[in-house]
Design a binder for this molecule. Structure first.
Ligand code: AMP
Length: 496
């Protein structure tokens, strides 16, 4: 199997956090901004586990620490002590196969211009940015999309603009998904693409302000949720308080995959608790596909709420018959199917007594490449189940993501090159059902056009530029031919 390192280097899904302390007695009180950021990043750990970094300011200097690994291991007490001041931004990175050399670059710290910058999202097509930077003789050899954004802002600052005007002037070059926290020595900035594809919210704490990818980070540090950063909005916070400018006309389209899989259950997205929406996904599938079964089992942790909803709606008892090893992190990003399969064996195990001789409904949140589900079905049969009915609490993922979620190329998506009955046979399940698109939308309680549903329907709300060539629109029942990306095992589908 080949893997396109160049393209995958640009895929990132990350967590960002920013905080600014309030003014007290004429001076900004140190709110231990870096320590708060550390806790905030810890709450956002699920958005990125490869590396973590913080930049802080005491109004005089900018300080930075970044290291590989989880938040718990990336910072020692001495590191936090070296990050003084009342303003800080932080970033958890989820790189794919970009390699360790990419791991420590966020938040970017541009010492020349005295600015720092952390980005969640992806710009699928950077040709406009690249042309601009080329004209300005910037060496782009080691730059990804986020680095190019910082460089463009720096170019405008070289032309004499201050930070805020430079951001506004560079904005038209930024085509894609971006939820950003940025800072200079005295200000915290935050801005979001016109669709608001990746989440970004504002909270208050002790008279100061906090910005985070998800509201769960506010709860962790005791902050109060205020509102979302609006799509297309630039928020500037300094000693005078919060100012807002609507830079682009909003066209709100939060990524549906945040609700399906990515966001934490206790976060609020578009005013909805993620847990509630996922339970409703489960209720909806139970209505769409009523069957007789002995037990409902979630694939932990992401499908637990959907399985609870399914169980409540159907009356079929819920059991935790699959056990997750909590000390293994997300397995999705391994570059080969063999490695992903080995990871899965370490990650999940069965409780045979709950499965033996039973007709089992298994709920998972999504099928992407199909590796996880295939392995799971065989594990559950091996544990003695009589029938395994797979229910997926989202529709088939038939289109790649270009906005920072890191789903693979279209020809690696199993639902792009196999029909549902073919997937069922390939994974060896007794039956396989996906939540309908309409059912998914209904469960959110919001109109379909409030979301970026591109993974499911192939409609990309922000131009993906020349990368549109990588996508084939598929009619109902239509599929892609098997490609070089697909491991040979799929070509000779071994069914049970
Ligand atoms: P697979 O079908 O084997 O490629 O993996 C699908 C599983 O990975 C799903 O059950 C999800 O829990 C999880 N998943 C879905 N999307 C992502 C993603 N973008 N990053 C990491 N894990 C994901």
């Amino acid at each position: 199997m080949t893997f396109n390192l160049e393209k995958d280097r640009f895929h990132e899904k990350c967590g960002v956090f920013g905080i600014i302390g309030r003014e007290r007695d004429g001076a900004y009180a140190g709110l231990e901004a870096a320590r708060m950021t550390f806790y905030g990043l810890w709450a956002l750990q699920h958005r990125g586990q490869e590396s973590s970094g913080i930049v802080s300011s005491d109004g005089r200097n900018l300080y930075r620490h970044a290291a590989q690994g989880l938040v718990a291991t990336a910072y020692r007490e001495e590191d936090l002590e070296q990050l003084p001041g009342h303003i800080a931004i932080g970033h958890n990175r989820y790189s794919t196969s970009g390699g360790p050399e990419d791991c420590y670059n966020q938040p970017y710290l541009d010492r020349k211009h005295g600015i720092a910058f952390a980005h969640n999202g992806t710009l699928p097509d950077t040709s406009k940015l690249e042309a601009f930077l080329k004209d300005h003789h910037v060496d782009m050899s080691n730059m990804n999309d986020s680095a190019m954004m910082v460089a463009a802002i720096g170019c405008y600052m070289d032309d004499g603009h201050d930070f805020i005007t430079a951001v506004k002037t560079a904005w038209p070059l930024f085509i894609g998904a971006f939820s950003i926290v940025a800072m200079d020595k005295n200000r915290l900035l935050s801005f979001r693409d016109e669709c608001g594809i990746r989440p970004l919210s504002i909270g208050t704490l002790d008279g100061g302000y906090v910005i985070a990818s998800e509201t769960c980070a506010f709860d962790t540090i005791g902050a109060t949720f205020l509102r979302d950063v609006e799509p297309g909005e630039l928020v500037i916070i300094d000693e005078h308080g919060l100012k807002s400018e609507q830079i682009k006309t909003p066209n709100p389209k939060l990524d549906m995959f945040e609700l399906v899989y990515f966001a934490r259950l206790d976060s609020l997205l578009l005013g909805k608790r993620v847990d509630t929406v996922r339970q409703d996904f489960g209720r909806q599938i139970a209505r769409e596909f009523p069957i007789k079964a002995d037990v409902v089992v979630p694939v932990p942790d992401s499908a637990v709420p959907a399985a609870i909803g399914y169980s409540q709606e159907s009356g079929i008892p819920f059991e935790m018959a699959l056990i997750k090893n909590r000390y293994i992190h997300r397995t999705f990003i391994r570059p080969t199917p063999e490695l992903r399969e080995r990871d899965l064996k370490m990650k999940l195990n069965t409780v045979p007594e709950l499965l033996k001789g039973k007709c089992v409904v298994v709920i998972d949140d999504s099928i992407v490449r199909g590796t996880t589900v295939r392995h799971l079905v065989s594990m559950i049969f091996e544990a003695g189940a009589k029938e395994v009915h797979m229910f997926i609490s989202s529709p088939p993922v038939r289109y790649p993501d270009f906005y920072g979620i890191n789903t693979p190329h279209q020809d690696e998506l199993i639902a792009a090159y196999m029909t549902v009955p073919e997937i069922r046979d390939h994974i060896g399940a007794t039956s396989l059902h996906f939540l309908s698109f309409e059912g998914m939308i209904k469960a959110t309680g919001l109109p379909a056009d409030s979301f970026n549903n591109s993974c499911f329907d192939g409609n990309y709300p922000i131009s993906i530029g020349k990368r549109a060539k990588e996508v084939k629109q598929l009619g109902p029942g239509q599929k892609l031919p098997l490609s070089a990306f697909v491991p040979t095992e799929y070509a000779t589908s071994k069914t049970r």
